[in-house]
Design a protein around this ligand. Structure first.
Ligand SMILES: [Zn+2]
Length: 273
């Protein structure tokens, strides 16, 4: 039995964080998402972690420069609008603005980009920030999780980059030329998981209002701005409607507001198992 614990236990993936997420301290957290609002799945948790003495970084792959039905907006206009919205959302969560990293890819096209190049950029980000925990779209546990195109790409790109970051001979130039070191991330909080795959629910009671405020900043996505963008300010009436709409996206368990994740602890090779 002792031998079993000593030999097998360190290899086994745990399905729950040993320390509840609400008590994490001193960790570096990196969220990888496709669009400048994909952190909305986790904004209560991210706000909580930042407030509790962790360092939260938001790494977004695309500028979000396509997500509109307003014919007046160009891709350049929208990229700027979405950057400003994301900055306002970060401010609402108490996350420093320089913790936002955007890799600048075009919205809607992530699956068609050069995968090796995108993974190299994510590997560089992981080796530079050296996170303890990665938040990412869940690629699926034992199945392929259905996501819309950029989210599907982001799920696999994040998992592939996390795997590659730990091998010093992969993207070796980052180590020999840029002074970075290989880095293995062992903890994952996978968001937008299938409900049956979720195993960890973070109590966001103290951060629910901040999450609502953060989500309400995406005026180009969640208001009449989707069809007819008139700037970040909404009428009081519409601002209240947006707040109500985003509030409905908050999940509850036993009356407690939560965010659900598939937590995974182990080798990045096995994220999907
Ligand atoms: Zn998205």
């Amino acid at each position: 039995m002792t031998l079993f614990i000593m030999v097998v236990a360190p290899l086994a993936a745990t399905a729950q964080p040993e320390i509840p997420v609400e008590q994490w301290k001193g960790k570096t957290i990196l969220l990888i998402g496709a669009h400048p609002d994909d952190d909305a799945y986790s904004q209560g948790t991210l706000g909580l972690l930042q407030a509790n003495g962790n360092e939260v970084f938001i790494g977004i792959l695309t500028t979000g420069n396509v997500g509109t039905q307003d014919p007046k907006l160009s891709m350049v206009d929208l990229a700027l609008i979405r950057k400003q919205e994301e900055q306002r959302a970060l401010a609402a969560m108490g996350i420093p603005l320089d913790h936002y990293i955007n890799l600048g890819y075009d919205d809607g096209m992530l699956e068609y980009e050069n995968r090796k190049e995108v993974v190299a950029k994510l590997v560089r980000l992981i080796r530079r920030l050296r996170p303890d925990v990665i938040f990412a779209f869940d690629p699926g546990k034992g199945e392929q999780r259905w996501h819309k195109a950029d989210h599907r790409a982001a799920a696999y790109l994040a998992a592939d980059a996390a795997r590659a970051a730990m091998w010093p001979l992969l993207f070796q130039g980052q180590i020999t030329m840029e002074g970075l070191q290989a880095h293995e991330v062992r903890e994952y909080m996978l968001y937008d998981s299938a409900e049956e795959d979720q195993n960890t629910w973070v109590d966001i009671t103290g951060f629910k209002e901040k999450k609502i405020t953060a989500m309400s900043q995406y005026v180009s996505q969640w208001s009449s701005g989707w069809y007819d963008y008139q700037g970040p300010q909404l009428t009081e009436e519409e601002a209240n409607e947006v707040k109500e709409k985003v509030s409905k996206r908050i999940g509850y368990r036993d009356g407690i507001p939560v965010e659900g994740f598939r937590y995974y602890n182990g080798s990045p090779d096995n994220i999907g198992r």
